[in-house]
Design a protein around this ligand. Structure first.
Ligand SMILES: Nc1ncnc2c1ncn2[C@@H]1O[C@H](COP(=O)(O)OS(=O)(=O)O)[C@@H](OP(=O)(O)O)[C@H]1O
Ligand SMILES: Nc1ncnc2c1ncn2[C@@H]1O[C@H](COP(=O)(O)OP(=O)(O)O)[C@@H](O)[C@H]1O
Length: 292
């Protein structure tokens, strides 16, 4: 069961059959087990093969009631002691991930749902905020916890330092993507509703989440319909040259190519916000996000 890893430390490996046999596999889903590991030296847990047991490698994904989990990285030896390596992420030097003993799976069990991100993208006036609210309400009625991150709203606080020039939009989307990831990790159905005009940035947010947990919803409403709605009068100002770099007028919007859900404006007909919300809820139900 134990081998040496490349740092010369004993590596505890789950047997490939661990999800099928042994005492741990007899636990039913959602139950917790405490594992006592006896080792003279520091150990490194290689839990990749044991996901069905609730052991997850990487950042905060599953239940982690095995204490040494925060030491997932390689080790350095200083003064004869093995200590976990510090990381450098961007400009943050000497940082180390601290893992909490209550994990995503535990929270999902509590909430009876799966955390995910529903990313609503589209032009200003396409109905993003309306759909986000309708969806949040419909989920709430079903006893499911969601939280809306609306671009406009987040710009009132966290992102109030950002303008609408291209690099600031990139940063706006990146931050909302990171916050949405935290909400999903909390087990919450996070509804992010922002123009997010650039495909590359949406894809970067998708890449932050496990496969399937980023659900992109495209409100495919033609510019002329959005412009005719113009609830805030912004298109009028943009056409008059009083707002520069307005999406769809003199700043680009890149439509998704392979998104999970497209909600189209067909001719003059448009689904009502609650019908749109039901379409998204059907998707969530089908993919198992509305149960733990
Ligand atoms: N130049 C420009 N272009 C587009 N939109 C503008 C602009 N200036 C202000 N607004 C208002 O800001 C809202 C969009 O904010 P977002 O954070 O969603 O935009 S982005 O994702 O960073 O592109 C957007 O809200 P919605 O209409 O709800 O989309 C506008 O009301
Ligand atoms: N499904 C819909 N059908 C008809 N009108 C809609 C629909 N969704 C939103 N609207 C209207 O369109 C306008 C813009 O909606 P909003 O949600 O503010 O869009 P966005 O957040 O994309 O800017 C509002 O006046 C809203 O009432």
């Amino acid at each position: 069961m134990a081998a040496l890893n490349n740092a010369g430390l004993p590596l505890i490996r789950c047997p490939s059959s661990c999800s099928e046999s042994g005492t741990l596999s007899s636990l039913s889903a959602g139950k917790l087990a405490f594992v006592k590991l006896l080792a003279g030296n520091a150990i490194r847990l290689d839990t990749e093969g044991c996901r069905s047991l609730g052991f997850y490698g990487g950042v905060g994904a599953g239940s982690s009631f095995s204490r040494p989990m925060k030491a997932m990285g390689d080790y350095a030896t200083i003064s004869g002691k093995d200590i976990p390596h510090m990381s450098t992420i961007g400009k943050s030097t000497n940082i180390m991930w601290h893992k909490c003993p209550v994990g995503k799976l535990d929270r999902q069990q509590l909430l009876q749902q799966k955390g995910c991100v529903i990313w609503i993208t589209g032009l200003s006036g396409s109905g993003k905020s309306t759909l986000a609210c309708a969806l949040s309400r419909a989920l709430h009625m079903r006893g499911k916890l969601s939280y809306v991150l609306d671009g406009d709203n987040v710009r009132h606080g966290l992102n109030s330092d950002l303008s609408f020039k291209a690099e600031d939009r990139v940063e706006n989307i990146r931050r909302i993507g990171e916050v949405a990831k935290l909400f999903a990790d909390a087990g919450i159905i996070c509804i992010a509703s922002l123009i997010s005009p650039y495909r590359k940035d949406r894809e970067a947010c998708r890449a932050l989440l496990p496969e399937g947990d980023f659900i992109e919803v495209f409100l495919d409403v033609p510019l002329q319909v959005c412009e005719s709605r113009d609830p805030k009068g912004l298109y009028k100002l943009a056409r008059a040259g009083k707002i520069k770099g307005f999406t769809g007028i003199d700043d680009p919007y890149e439509s998704p190519i392979n998104c999970e859900i497209t909600l189209q404006q067909e001719g003059r007909e448009c689904l009502s916000p609650s019908e749109m919300a039901e379409t998204v809820i059907s998707y969530l139900e089908e993919k198992g996000y509305l149960s733990a």
